[in-house]
Design a protein around this ligand. Structure first.
Ligand SMILES: [Zn+2]
Length: 792
């Protein structure tokens, strides 16, 4: 195949039989043979240039191949049909109150489940879609309708032709909708949900419009499509998906109103911004192949935080990017089983497994590092040049570095090449040597082993008279000691720092008062990783955490709360960390005081998080808090999770939680109860909770929350291990083709392995699932590290 010019698709949806049938005309040009991707579709006829043409199908390779060679322009006409199923991939449905909700998820390779196509991002084409649906249904696609006709009790919607775009960005939706409408300049923005489920105010439309304004200015290119849909999908595997002009979301990632918690409010604005960034980065300019997926995702990740930083300076959102994205990526990337940002991918299993903390978090953090290195104006101008040069086309990472390098005149390509092709990241060791500081770089591994991989590291060093920049591209270098304060200003660099000897003693003394907030967060994160790599003891770690017990910075409180929670779960004897945690969290909560309307959003969020941790580690606190469940809807939204946890921990009463669950309307609240169910104790409770999941009484997309919570809870691990076969295969069925099973196993294996390593390993060794492989290997590596810290 040489190129595809266009698809003209007539798509008929039968909501009774849950099936589709279609007719498409594909025009293009072939260099020697004609083939298309397809999966699970029946091909009823296949004609090339008006003639019936012999073809063969290869189910394993998901291909339809024309048996006669062909060169030149062609027009293929295919009649096909297939089933709409419940898996959350391709074209699928969920059942609502008296109707069905049909939606699509085509990234990475779902389009081939809905219609035969060249399902490769480089084969961009124009799409003209016609949907044939029941007359009481509505249809949504990437473009607005051009014509709507009634035909024998059916509604036929012909949508305007799309610009050139990739197959994975096409959207087909059919259901009964509730719809709110707003505008961005002259273009309509629609907020859509299944009928009867609109719980949002128009807030998401305002968020989207403000972000579009920011991006149109930042990229210097207008939003390209004539309209934008924001669609809340009842069952959805991912957080959201950037289909051009028809973005899909989990309900919880979109539906906000006056009673939404502050944490979710920030999250929704971030997710909307992320998907809108993709309308340029991904949709307008697309990676040539999936090995550059990271470029899409890192860019959207970084840009979403930039948009929020601009829209809501009071949220101090870059802190969230660093604690969430950078922090998570540094943990995952310190494993032996990590991968470089840029990876070769061939088949769909491999593609779905790279939607991970490396593609999003590390990639986004590296962009933040390079932006600081070339300065923000140069970075933006380079990005503009890249987008304008490749609009409606495809590009590779190198094209972007070249644009930024040209504008900034700094060695961007050399630095980026190293950072995206090498797995892991450096640790810079700093020690005093006469009147100099000697720096030494090694690759950092969480298991503590040495390695001499080198990176060109853009260093920023803080002196009392200002910040100095250096490019460290060798194993060792020296910098002046005079008036030195610390390394990695604002933590823009993706590396850890280990201070030795007198430098370490001094840093510990001055850190709480002299370091910027990002660096205080970084110092705590570095020490906690030194604990996991067994360079410092639990007592030393706790003494360092203690230094920050009056630090009211959100990032610091968030990091320390996270460490308390994870060590409580990891350590079989968690007495020391629990007693520190209980005193730290109670002290902080005292200082924060009770919720006051109008307080800074980050205070509201962190108070809720700290209360949640405390409910799980302190039974006295849980007992005091549990009775608030009866007033659940009156509790401030950010504090509801802690109330649900407290009730599970103190009362161990499944019926009480279920009764509450039945009364709740919004997913955000339901999820809090479902997560709490994973903390109930005893086989009877756990069997009942598992039954709810297995029998579909809990939304498929939310089912994993109770299982993940139960894996963290020491007393519940044996139940999960004993039922692993059924639990994993059920989740795998729910999330087929999305790569989620791999992620679930990565999180579960370390905890379950601490309980019953033999059974877990027996279970794994009986499976040979390429789509789980990465998660299993990472999970086992975490297990080894957790076992070692338990021997101290
Ligand atoms: Zn994305």
């Amino acid at each position: 195949m040489k190129k595809i010019l266009g698809y003209d698709i007539y798509y008929k949806i039968d909501v009774e039989k849950l099936s589709f049938s279609g007719k498409e005309t594909i025009s293009g040009e072939s260099d020697k043979s004609i083939w298309l991707n397809y999966s699970g579709i029946a091909i009823e006829s296949f004609r090339v240039n008006g003639k019936e043409t012999p073809f063969e199908t290869d189910q394993k390779e998901q291909l339809i191949k024309c048996l006669t060679p062909y060169t030149g322009k062609f027009e293929i006409e295919i009649h096909f049909s297939g089933k709409i199923d419940e898996s959350l991939n391709g074209i699928y449905y969920s059942r609502e109150n008296g109707f069905v909700f049909v939606s699509t998820q085509f990234e990475a390779t779902g389009a081939r489940y809905a219609f035969p196509c060249v399902d490769n991002p480089e084969f961009k084409a124009e799409f003209r879609v016609t949907m044939d649906i029941p007359s009481d249904y509505d249809g949504i696609s990437n473009m607005p309708p051009e014509r709507i006709e009634d035909h024998e009790g059916r509604k036929i919607i012909t949508f305007q032709k799309t610009p050139r775009m990739s197959t994975y960005l096409l959207y087909l939706g059919a259901s009964r909708y509730d719809m709110l409408e707003g505008k961005h300049e002259e273009k309509p923005i629609y907020l859509a949900s299944a009928k009867g489920k609109m719980q949002a105010s128009k807030m998401p439309i305002g968020m989207a419009s403000d972000t579009l304004t920011f991006f149109e200015d930042y990229f210097d290119i207008k939003y390209q499509l004539p309209k934008l849909h924001l669609i809340a999908v009842p069952e959805f595997a991912f957080g959201a998906m950037e289909n051009w002009g028809a973005i899909t979301f989990r309900e919880i990632e979109l539906m906000v109103n006056e009673s939404t918690s502050s944490a979710i409010l920030k999250r929704v604005d971030e997710v909307i911004s992320h998907e809108l960034a993709h309308q340029w980065f991904g949709d307008l300019v697309t990676m040539k192949w999936w090995d550059d997926l990271w470029l899409n995702e890192s860019f959207a990740t970084f840009m979403s935080y930039k948009a929020l930083e601009h829209k809501h300076p009071e949220w101090e959102i870059m802190g969230e990017m660093v604690t969430g994205e950078t922090g998570g990526a540094m943990t995952g990337d310190s494993l032996r089983n990590t991968h470089p940002i840029h990876v070769e991918v061939k088949n769909p299993d491999e593609i779905s497994q790279i939607f991970d903390e490396i593609s999003y978090g590390k990639g986004g953090s590296i962009l933040r590092m390079i932006e600081a290195f070339v300065e923000p104006d140069n970075f933006r101008n380079g990005v503009r040049e890249y987008l304008k040069g490749h609009s409606f086309g495809n590009a590779i990472g190198q094209n972007l570095w070249e644009s930024i390098e040209k504008v900034s005149k700094k060695p961007v390509s050399k630095i980026m090449d190293a950072w995206i092709t090498k797995a892991g990241y450096p640790q810079i060791e700093a020690s005093v040597n006469g009147n100099k500081i000697k720096l030494h770089q090694t690759r950092f591994f969480l298991d503590g082993s040495p390695d001499n991989t080198l990176w060109p590291v853009p260093l920023t060093v803080v002196y009392s008279d200002g910040v100095k920049s250096f490019l460290m591209d060798e194993e060792e270098m020296e910098i002046p000691l005079q008036s030195f304060q610390y390394i990695n200003s604002n933590r823009t660099g993706f590396y850890r720092v280990k201070y030795d000897g007198e430098l370490n003693e001094n840093i510990k003394k001055v850190a709480p008062t002299t370091m910027d907030k990002f660096s205080r967060w970084g110092l705590i994160s570095d020490y906690s990783s030194l604990y996991f790599s067994r360079k410092i003891s639990i007592d030393e770690l706790i003494s360092i955490l203690n230094m920050f017990q009056s630090d009211m910075e959100y990032m610091v409180m968030d990091e320390i709360s996270g460490i308390i929670m994870s060590l409580h779960n990891i350590l079989q004897n968690s007495r020391k960390i629990d007693s520190f945690g209980i005193s730290y969290l109670n002290g902080m909560l005292n200082s924060l005081g009770t919720f006051k309307s109008g307080e800074p959003i980050n205070i509201t969020v962190i108070r809720g998080r700290m209360q949640s941790v405390l409910s799980l580690i302190d039974l006295d606190y849980a007992k005091k808090t549990a009775n608030r469940l009866s007033d659940f809807e009156k509790v401030s939204p950010d504090e509801r999770q802690s109330v649900a946890y407290a009730y599970a921990m103190a009362r161990n009463d499944l019926d009480g939680l279920l009764k509450k669950l039945e009364t709740l309307r919004v997913d955000e609240d339901k999820i809090k109860i479902i997560s709490a169910m994973g903390h109930l104790k005893g086989n009877e409770n756990l069997t009942a909770v598992w039954g709810l999941i297995r029998d579909g009484k809990i939304k498929k997309q939310d089912s994993f929350r109770a299982i993940m919570a139960a894996s963290g809870e020491a007393q519940n691990r044996q139940f999960i291990v004993d039922n692993m076969e059924e639990i994993v295969s059920t989740l795998d069925r729910f999330f087929e083709g999305t790569g989620y099973t791999s992620r679930f196993l990565e999180s579960m294996i370390p905890y379950l392995g601490l309980q019953d390593e033999k059974s877990v390993k027996e279970y794994i060794s009986g499976k040979n699932e390429p789509s789980w492989e990465k998660g299993v290997r990472k999970g086992l590596e975490y297990l080894n590290i957790y076992k070692k810290v338990n021997t101290e």
